[in-house]
Design a protein. Structure first.
Ligand SMILES: Nc1ccn([C@@H]2O[C@H](COP(=O)(O)OP(=O)(O)OP(=O)(O)O)[C@@H](O)[C@H]2O)c(=O)n1
Ligand SMILES: C[C@](O)(CO)[C@H](O)COP(=O)(O)O
Length: 238
C-alpha cells in the first residue's frame, strides 16, 4: 500500500465478476450473456473505462475463468486490467481484488466497487457519486428510495406486518470508499452482501447518493430484457 498522505487521491474501479449467476438459470455465467450483441459485463466496463474520473478499472474474475479470453478487450486496455482471483462470495471477490492492487493503491485512494451484473451504469451515475462524496469522510453508495409499500411475511407467505418504508433505500453500486477503510472493513466483516454493510459493521455511516432505477442488477431472466430496453432507449439522461 502506498503512503497515507495523498492530496489528489486516485479513483480505482473494482468490478466483481466471479459469480455463477445461479438465479439467472442459464448455460453461461450471466456476466457473459449477450446483451445488445456484447457480453453483458462489457457495458459497465466500457462506461467505467470512459469515465474521466476513474484512473483504472480492475475486473475480478474467477480463478478458472476460461470465457474472458474468448473476447477482445484490447480497446479498453491499458485502463482495464483483469484479475483472476475471485472468491466464494461477492465480498471475498472484492477483498481479493483489493489485496491484488495493494502495490498500486494508496491508503486514501478511492475505490468504486461496481457489480458486473449492473450493465446500465451511466456516466452521470459515476459523476454524481464522485462529486457528492469527494470530501466525505466515510464514502457512500448509489441508492434509490423504496417506492412500494413493504410487507413482512411469515413462512406461509401471509403478511405479518406492513413495514414503514420511510427512510428505506435500495442499495445499488458503485459503492465508493477509501482503499484502506474498505479493505479493513471487509477483512473484519462476515456475511455482507455489499461494501456499505462492511463499513456499517465497522461503526461508520456511509452516505446515500440518490441514483435511479435504470441502474438495475440483472438477477433474473426478465432483468435482461429490462436492461436491453433501458440501454436501447437511453438518450442522455434517463
Ligand atoms: N463469488 C462471487 C459472487 C458474485 N460476484 C459478483 O457480484 C456481483 C453481484 O452478485 P450477484 O448478482 O448475486 O451475482 P451472482 O452471484 O453471479 O448471481 P446468483 O446469486 O444468482 O448466483 C456480480 O457481478 C457477480 O459476478 C463475484 O464477483 N464473486
Ligand atoms: C451490492 C448489491 O448490488 C447491492 O444491491 C447487491 O447486494 C449484490 O447482490 P447479491 O445478490 O447479494 O450478491
Amino acid at each position: 500500500m502506498r503512503a497515507m498522505q495523498n492530496f489528489h487521491p486516485k479513483h480505482f474501479a473494482i468490478v466483481p465478476a466471479a459469480g455463477s449467476g445461479s438465479r439467472m438459470v442459464s448455460d453461461l455465467p450471466k456476466q457473459y450473456l449477450s446483451l445488445l450483441d456484447k457480453p453483458l459485463i462489457r457495458h459497465a466496463l466500457e462506461t467505467l473505462c470512459a469515465a474521466p474520473e476513474i484512473d483504472k478499472v480492475f475486473v475480478v474474475l474467477s480463478v478458472g475463468d476460461a470465457l474472458w479470453a474468448q473476447y477482445d478487450w484490447s480497446d479498453l486496455a491499458p485502463k482495464l486490467v483483469p484479475l483472476f482471483c475471485g472468491g466464494a462470495t461477492r465480498a471475498d471477490s472484492v477483498l481479493a481484488g483489493l489485496r491484488a492492487i495493494s502495490a498500486e493503491a494508496a491508503q486514501s485512494d478511492w475505490v468504486l466497487v461496481h457489480d458486473a451484473a449492473r450493465p446500465c451504469l451511466a456516466p452521470w451515475h459515476i459523476d454524481r457519486l464522485v462529486r457528492e462524496l469527494a470530501h466525505d469522510e466515510v464514502g457512500g453508495l448509489l441508492a434509490v428510495p423504496v417506492a412500494d409499500t413493504l410487507k413482512r411475511a411469515d413462512t406461509q407467505r401471509r403478511v405479518l406486518q406492513t413495514v414503514p418504508r420511510d427512510s428505506l433505500w435500495q442499495a445499488q453500486t458503485p459503492q465508493m470508499f477509501r482503499y484502506v477503510m474498505l479493505r479493513r472493513a471487509l477483512e473484519g466483516a462476515r456475511d455482507v452482501t455489499d461494501e456499505a454493510s462492511a463499513i456499517e459493521a465497522a461503526g461508520l455511516h456511509p452516505k446515500l447518493v440518490q441514483g435511479d432505477a435504470t441502474n438495475l442488477k440483472v438477477t433474473y431472466p426478465l432483468d435482461l430484457h429490462l436492461a436491453e430496453w433501458i440501454l436501447k432507449n437511453r438518450e442522455g439522461r434517463a
